[in-house]
Design a protein around this ligand. Structure first.
Ligand code: RB5
Length: 152
């Protein structure tokens, strides 16, 4: 059973709750990193925790939700092992798996509604990575690490 960790901030809390039943239906072993109510919190705290759990391999993949999805994706993509994809539409969700092998799905709780979010989660969870030339491109991400912007 694949393992998944989901986290949000206050602006993503309601959407986090709305997609959890589908994750169970899809067969994931889910860990909810919180928050557990709508009290104001700082998204980097939850984004860091979820990203670390996926980066270290303690969880296979993750979902992060904040108001726009922007802050969470910025936090998650600071980890070299993370490929976080902000997907507020279905096409991006499918392509983020096929071509980018995204290991964290990010959504904006103030951008999309529950029904679309569930469709996005279903598509993301069931679409395989195509590998091949896309894997070669992911290999090149390593050359971005610590790159000097003046010389690349
Ligand atoms: C919280 O107000 C909001 O800034 C946060 O949820 C997120 O959208 C940040 O990128």
């Amino acid at each position: 059973m694949p393992s998944l960790i989901i986290g949000s901030d206050h602006a993503g809390y309601s959407l986090k709750e709305a997609v959890k039943p589908l994750l169970t239906e899809l067969g994931y072993d889910i860990e909810d990193a919180g928050p557990f109510d709508e009290a104001s919190v700082d998204y980097p705290d939850f984004g860091n925790h979820v990203s670390r759990m996926v980066a270290t391999g303690e969880r296979d993949c993750g979902i992060l939700i904040c108001g726009t999805g922007l802050g969470m994706s910025m936090v998650a993509n600071r980890y070299p092992e993370i490929r976080a994809a902000l997907c507020n539409d279905l096409f991006s969700a499918i392509m983020s798996r096929r071509h980018n092998d995204a290991n964290i799905l990010v959504m904006g709780g103030r951008v999309i509604g529950d029904a679309l979010a569930n469709e996005i989660v279903r598509a993301w969870a069931t679409t395989p990575f195509e590998g091949g030339r896309h894997a070669d491109r992911l290999e090149k991400f390593g050359s971005c690490r610590g790159a000097d912007p003046k010389t690349v």
